[in-house]
Write a protein that binds this ligand. Structure first.
Ligand code: F6P
Length: 523
């Protein structure tokens, strides 16, 4: 049975939320803190070393209760079970959505079309481990007998963004292999990578679910031509491996049968880093670390599937985002990690979130009259404080923001880390509480600028009352990164259920591809 198709705006909870919004939207975050000294602890959710402080939002306890009521009235509980147990919830493509099965280390079977998929997941993991070990240890030799030094991942969208983001984020854990990513059909991109590598010591991982994607196949062919300038056709198998569902096309390319890693149509491209699409990750940080990433995601899966909605981290984050998107009419959300390692997280999440929930037709096939998919964007702190944060603090738009922080740095430079985390805290405080006229007045007076007060005062006031979530882990590890990514995946799912849309197809990217092919043929 598919998901229930309920227009959220027709529910009693939506009605109540509208009333509640009208009654509470003039109450400020500052007032909410003044009324409740324990607000921070009352509004902090925890799971292991992860804490999510949602106290700096324009909400009270009733807001959460009503949002949870909304989730219940659209059938979220039932939807979550269907998601985890392999129902065909991607109805338009007639597929299950089972990226969670890829990191399910329990013994329980998971059925797709009546067949347990766990054995093939386990055998693929074994294959990834054996292959990674062979390459990392130097036992896998290139065509001149030398060990591999570089890995090039050739893919685009979900076959690129996930592995690229994780490899960048976990570079602290990386081994001696250097990993490169080629995605754009822009030939300059591939050329720049080719400049850095040696064909004798490079392994190419072609990642394409369909093995027909224009960008990936063009790049793979260009790289193969380049490779064949110094090697022969018999050497291709030693240097090219593939992750794909399209075996025929992979063999045609010259890839050895044993070096093909499977993908399955019950895993969407943008959720595939947990599958063999993560091969470049396992090569870069080793299989054990890769497995820890999966285990972190599994931890979040278990929490998401079992925790009460008002304590459920992905559910609450999704509902808060709906609160701002649909009641406050916020246009965008910012994702602001306070670690340089997570610099690629915002673009990774742009695909995951916007390709999933950027839909204007509901599950009944009707055009939607309310707002759906959020626009997400962001960058790392503190760099972005010196770039776009001016607009977030004093601009005319309400931009809810996720601040992602870690209590410890990886290299232990405590002086830097104290400064970094002071900024993390300060930004959220400034957004929430701002600076009043009285405070600005006093400040200018203290600085001896009394005569400038009337001129400068309006520009120096911060109205505050701008919402943020403080998402904090102890340390950036493969495990905690797995938890973080899975949190956003489930947030996407919850929002899709509430907005009554299909989150797992992406027909919106097709028209541009078709037209580009037509233009190409006629040019
Ligand atoms: O652009 C759409 C898309 O289908 C993404 O969803 C997917 O991640 C990407 O293209 C790559 O597709 P493939 O893995 O088939 O090359």
């Amino acid at each position: 049975m598919a998901l229930q198709n309920i227009n959220p705006t027709t529910t009693a909870a939506w009605n109540e939320l509208t009333k509640h919004f009208n009654e509470t939207n003039s109450i400020t975050i500052k007032e909410l803190f003044q009324k409740n000294e324990q607000r921070e602890s009352d509004f902090t959710l925890c799971l292991d070393e992860l804490s999510v402080d949602i106290s700096k939002n324009r909400i009270n306890k009733q807001t959460i209760d009503l949002l949870v009521e909304l989730a219940e009235q659209v059938g979220l509980k039932d939807a979550i079970e269907k998601y985890f147990t392999g129902d065909i919830i991607n109805v338009t493509e007639e597929r299950a959505v089972l990226h969670t099965a890829l990191r399910n280390f329990s013994d329980a079977p998971i059925l797709v079309e009546g067949k347990d998929i766990k054995p093939k997941i386990q055998s693929t993991l074994k294959k990834i481990r054996a292959f990674s070990n062979k390459v990392i240890s130097g036992k896998w030799k290139g065509y001149t007998g030398k060990a591999i030094t570089d890995v090039v991942n050739i893919g685009i969208g979900g076959s690129d963004l996930g592995p690229d983001m994780i490899v960048e984020s976990l570079q602290f854990y990386k081994n001696k292999l250097t990993t490169h990513f080629v995605s754009n059909v822009d030939g300059d991109h591939v050329q720049e990578v080719l400049k850095k590598i040696n064909p004798e010591t490079t392994l190419f991982v072609i990642v394409s679910k369909t093995f027909t994607t224009q960008e990936t196949i063009s790049n793979a062919n260009t790289i193969k031509d380049w490779f064949m300038r110094s090697a022969s056709v018999f050497d291709v198998a030693k240097h090219f491996v593939a992750v794909s569902t399209n075996l025929e096309a992979v063999y045609d390319f010259g890839i050895d049968k044993n070096n093909v890693f499977p993908m399955w149509n019950w895993v969407g491209g943008r959720f595939s880093l947990w599958s063999a699409v993560g091969l470049s990750i396992s090569l870069s940080i080793g299989f054990d670390n890769y497995q820890d990433l999966l285990k972190g995601a599994e931890k979040m899966d278990t929490h998401f599937r079992s925790a009460n909605f008002d304590q459920n981290i992905p559910v609450v984050l999704a509902l808060l985002s709906i609160w701002y998107n649909n009641f406050y009419n916020a246009e965008t959300e910012a994702i602001l990690p306070y670690t340089q390692y997570l610099s690629k997280l915002p673009s990774y999440l742009q695909q995951a979130i916007m390709e999933s929930n950027g839909k204007g037709v509901d599950r009944n096939g009707d055009v939607i009259s309310y707002q759906t998919g959020t626009i997400v964007w962001g960058s790392t702190g503190t760099n972005m404080q010196h770039a776009f944060m001016q607009l977030v603090h004093q601009g005319t738009k309400l931009i809810p923001a996720d601040f992602i922080g870690f209590s410890e740095s990886l290299y232990g430079l405590t002086d830097h880390h104290k400064k970094l985390m002071a900024n993390y805290k300060a930004q959220m405080e400034a957004l929430a509480f701002g600076k009043t006229k009285e405070e600005v007045h006093l400040e200018l007076k203290t600085c001896g600028l009394e005569e400038k007060i009337s001129q400068l005062l309006p520009f120096k006031v911060f109205e505050g009352n701008r919402p943020s979530n403080a998402i904090k882990f102890n340390k950036l590890t493969p495990f905690t990164l797995g938890m973080l990514v899975a949190t956003y995946e489930h947030k996407i799912f919850v929002q899709g259920v509430v907005w009554n849309i299909y989150s797992y197809d992406q027909f919106g990217v097709e028209l541009g591809k078709e037209l580009a092919n037509k233009i190409l043929k006629s040019s």
